[in-house]
Design a protein around this ligand. Sequence first.
Ligand code: SAH
Length: 226
Amino acid sequence: MSDKSAEKHTEARHWLMERVLAETRETAHLTGFSELSDRVIKAIATTPRHCFIPPEQQDWAYADAPLPIGRGQTISQPFIVALMTELLAPGPEDVVLEIGAGSGYQAAILAHLVQQVYTLERIPELAMMATQRLQELGFANVTVCVGNGVQGWEEQAPFDGIIVTAAATETPPALVRQLKPGGRLVIPVGPPHRTQDLRVVEKDAQGVAHSRSVLPVVFVPLIDRG
Ligand code: SAH
């Protein structure tokens, strides 16, 4: 990349960050927080979103909007990525699971913040592209695998946190089971292609799950097959 285009992207990321912070303040009455933690800000501000986006969408790489990534799927709006990451409250020693790798962008953000990220994607072509990108960008602590995330990832469980980036009609029980006590699941729940409810499910020390609604969102559906 030329110095000039690197500079252009750095500046675009700066403006995107301003937008994400403004939206965080504007939604404080729903989320309960008006600021993002420094670690999440740094992860968003340093991750090159343009590397996760197809060539024909490059002009919008740093718009605060979801964008098509092929196969009818989308990379999420950066504000929603920031919000879900903040809600997950990831710690440096954590092992987390993402359902819906898509472009690999959310996994890259998490990779800055935790020890190990596992991410499942049902479309092999997207999983392959995400793996390649993450490797090229030097993210050594992300493992992408093709699979149906509704079942979670039993072999790698339990997880400190699970983030689902596709909308489920109800919370998959396997995901709650695969959370550690004290762990958190962040998941959009609701009908396909309608407004859904972004929820945080916390498993307490006794293993009892408590759910709360945070914000209306719209995600592509979580598909329970293949
Ligand atoms: N986190 C992604 C956004 C992905 S969009 C990013 O940062 O780009 C949601 C993704 O979930 C799509 O790629 C879709 O194929 C995938 N998906 C849908 N149902 C799934 C399932 N049951 N298991 C795994 N992935 C699923």
